[in-house]
Every structure is written in C-alpha cells, then in structure tokens.
Design a protein around this ligand. Structure first.
Ligand SMILES: *Cc1c(COP(=O)(O)O)cnc(C)c1O
Length: 361
C-alpha cells in the first residue's frame, strides 16, 4: 500500500475496523443523562483505593515496578496460583494483544465466536493473523461444537468469551470440558472472563479452576469492570509456562503505571466492599431482566454479566436514538442489537421505559 509519497504501511492494517468506544452521556436540557454504553462500574472509586492512588501519584516522576511485583504476588495469593503464572498488562485488552503477538502471525488463524468482543478482530488483524469466526447459536450462546469443527492446522489460538460481550451468555462446565478435550494440545485457548465477578449460574465454571490441569488454557481477567478501575488500564492473564513467560516478553516495558498497580492491589484488599457493590448490580440485573420479560421481551438471553442484550435487528439504531433522547446512552451494533449496561437504578428505569415502547417478541 504505497503511492510513493508516504511511508509504506503493512498491508494487513488495511480495512481494520476501528474500536468504537461507548459514547459519553450527552448533555441534556432538563434532565440527567446516563452512560450505559461501556459496561463500566457506575460507582465512584472506594475511598481506600483513592487514598492509595493519591499517595502513589506523588511519585510519578519515577518509572513503575516493571514486573508489577507486588500486584503479581497479590493476584497469585488471591487466586491460589504461582506468581510465575500471572502476567499483567495495560487492561486485559493489552494482555490479549500480548497473547496474540506471542502465538500468531501471518498465515495463522485465531478462532472465536461472533458476535463477541469487538476488540478481537482488531487485535488479530493488527498481528497479521487471520480471524475465523463461528456464529453464535440462535439462543446467543457460543457454538462450541461448531468452533471445535472449525479448528484447522493453522489455528494457533481460540478465544472463548464467557460471559460473552455483548450477549451476556456464559459457557457451562460440561460443554467447556467437552470442547477443550477436542482442542489439540498445541493450540492455546484463552477464556476471557472480564465479567467473571457477575456470574451467578453455578454451572458456569471459574476458568482459573479449568486452567489448573490444562496446560493449553489461559484465563484473562480485568480490574476494569467489577473492580471499577477502567480508567487506569490494568488486567492480567493466568497461564502456564511457557505462555506466561511469553506474555512477559511481549509486554510494553513499564506499561502498567504505578498508580494502576497500587489501585489494583488495594482493590484486592478491599475486595469484600467491592463485591458488595457487584452484588447490588447483580440484583439490579435481575430486576431489569424480570421487568423486560414482563414487558414481553421473550427472547432475552439470561445475562451473567453487567449488561443485557436486546436483539433488535433493523430497529437497533432507532432504539439507541430513543434511549438517547430519553437520557441514556446505550451501545448499538447496527443491524444486530443493543447492549445496555446495568447502571444506577434511575438510569435502568429510563432504559426500561424506552424498552416498554419497543417490545417485539
Ligand atoms: C471490557 C472487556 C475487557 C476488558 O478490557 P480492559 O482492557 O481490561 O479494560 C476484556 N474483555 C471483554 C470481553 C470485555 O468486555
């Protein structure tokens, strides 16, 4: 891709979809407006976390601990895994980029369900590898049999998003085990558990339990959602060697700031308090889902995450616009559906009012 007048760029960058961040809440005349478009935690930082961050901020003339030693040890202790199996990064999307860079390049295939997290196609294409996608089942769950059948000799990585962004559905224990038994042992499977803390279905396994006796399974977690640190960019993977070691090699040096490290460590210390907030959001999720079913949204998939998914197809953009006029910004995927974050009760109520006027099936 060169016209002879500008620097040559890698051909594989052409046509990369750009990541669309959730729109901010629009300023509105005569009423509050809420952002339900990015699956963020609606609560402000805990005072204890904010105090630790403020104290750390006084030292930002210095580089941070490159290996996030304190945080890595705290994660290892919290999840009962060796610190050598923990790799941190600039959000779990940053870690995902390290993972893809570690296992796949031109000519290789990365397999995942679609629709799923919109960062996947971007990260894969940037690496030069090829995305292979398998459509979700009609009930919005992963088609794990279809995914197993789609593995080829070129497959290097399989991404399983559970709970799935944006549909909220989660993969269950027995189907996951059956799937993993079918994946060749030299293909890495990454289970992206960005929303793990919101899962309440006892049949949905904790992927950190699954990774323990499967050397080709790695788990992605983030501090952005349940822990409320989206703005500080810190996430991590739990993986066996040599994968974990590869993730340390592919990390941007000093990528995770000192402030982010301290915030994540003090969030683990304040976990009980944070998980109480998560419990409140889970209750709010039940209230919202019950209200939607009551309104007649019979196809609503049961969400295990902090958002709900309305498959509005051709009415998607119309619905998003109606929400915005009413004071809530949601996340539309044109032609497909709308993802709505569970937020403050007042925000959820505004969304429910709009939804009641749109019931289709
Ligand atoms: C939000 C989200 C992430 C987390 O992103 P960060 O980079 O950690 O903020 C990862 N995976 C999925 C599926 C998500 O929805």
């Amino acid at each position: 891709m060169s016209d002879g007048t500008s620097p040559r760029l890698r051909g594989s960058l052409e046509g990369i979809p750009s990541y669309k961040p959730g729109r901010p809440a629009a300023a509105r005349e005569g009423g509050a407006s809420y952002k339900l478009s990015s699956n963020e935690n609606p609560y402000p930082p805990l005072p204890s976390v904010l105090a630790a961050v403020t104290q750390e901020a006084a030292r930002f003339n210095r580089y941070p601990d490159m290996f996030a030693t304190g945080l890595t040890a705290a994660i290892g202790e919290r999840f009962d895994v060796p610190a050598s199996h923990v790799a941190t990064g600039t959000g779990s999307v940053g870690v995902l980029q390290q993972i893809v860079q570690s296992v796949a390049a031109e000519g290789d295939e990365v397999l995942y369900a679609w629709r799923s997290f919109e960062a996947y196609p971007i990260v894969v294409q940037v690496s030069g590898a090829t995305s292979v996608t398998v459509a979700l089942l009609p009930d919005e769950r992963h088609d794990l049999d279809g995914m197993a059948a789609a593995i080829t000799e070129r497959t290097r990585l399989v991404l399983v998003c559970s709970p799935n962004n944006p549909t909220g559905t989660a993969v269950r224990r027995a189907e996951l085990a059956r799937f993993l038994d079918r994946v060749p042992s030299d293909v890495l499977v990454v289970i992206d558990e960005a929303y793990r803390e919101f899962v309440r279905d006892p049949e949905v396994p904790d992927a950190i339990d699954v990774y323990r006796d499967r050397p080709n399974v790695a788990v992605l977690r983030t501090f952005s959602k349940a822990y409320g640190l989206a703005g500080l960019r810190v996430g991590f993977a739990v993986a066996h060697e040599p994968v974990a070691e590869a993730l340390r090699k592919t990390a941007v040096p000093f990528g995770v700031s000192g402030v982010a490290q301290v915030a994540a460590t003090s969030s683990l210390q304040a976990e009980d308090e944070l998980l109480e907030r998560v419990e409140g959001l889970v209750k709010e999720r039940s209230r919202v889902q019950d209200a939607l079913r009551e309104q007649g949204w019979s196809q609503l998939p049961a969400s295990e995450a902090n958002f709900v998914w309305l498959r509005l197809s051709e009415r998607t953009m119309e619905f998003a616009a109606a929400c915005e006029s009413a004071g809530v910004v949601v996340r539309p995927f044109a032609g497909d559906g709308v993802r709505v974050t569970i937020g403050e009760p007042e925000a959820n109520d505004v969304f429910l009012r709009v939804a009641s006027e749109f019931v289709t099936s």
